[in-house]
Design a binder for this molecule. Structure first.
Ligand SMILES: [Zn+2]
Length: 150
């Protein structure tokens, strides 16, 4: 699977991750199909944010509601590993629902892509996703209150 994403969005995630040494950052990936057009930073509401992430459900619900109203789809999410590698941790595997969501993981200055797949596979519950960098697309329509990075 290949996911197209603008280099600006990738740079944003990489920089946000590098700037947060003590806690995992997280947010939503918005777009259509296999094309991520924006990253929406969300609060990490985990009680152990230094090694876990939990996206603020209020933001998640709002994004799904907006998608139903014609906004960009919620394709997945991103988070960082402040002291770890850019690959799924055992905790990530335990928390992942096999829903096909795209996961971007930032760590060590890199951002990698993964897809949560059906449980019980020999090689775990994530398939690697190839990230194809696209030039920054035409900015999607958005309302004035949007905090998306696109
Ligand atoms: Zn993780």
């Amino acid at each position: 699977m290949t996911v197209t994403i603008s280099s600006d969005v990738l740079d944003f995630i990489r920089a946000a991750a590098a700037a947060s040494r003590g806690a995992e950052i997280c947010g939503l990936l918005l777009g259509e199909g296999n094309r991520v057009v924006a990253a929406r930073p969300c609060a990490n509401i985990s009680s152990e944010p230094w090694h876990r992430f939990e996206i603020d459900p209020v933001a998640l619900i709002a994004a799904h509601r907006a998608a139903r109203g014609g906004g960009p789809a919620v394709l997945g999410h991103y988070h960082s590993h402040p002291t770890g590698l850019a690959e799924p941790s055992a905790r990530d595997a335990a928390d992942a629902a096999p829903d096909g969501a795209i996961w971007l993981i930032a760590g060590g200055g890199r951002v990698t892509g993964w897809r949560a797949v059906a449980m019980g596979r020999r090689h775990g519950r994530f398939d690697p996703v190839t990230l194809a960098c696209a030039e920054p697309p035409v900015a999607p329509e958005r309302d004035a209150s949007s905090r998306d990075f696109a």
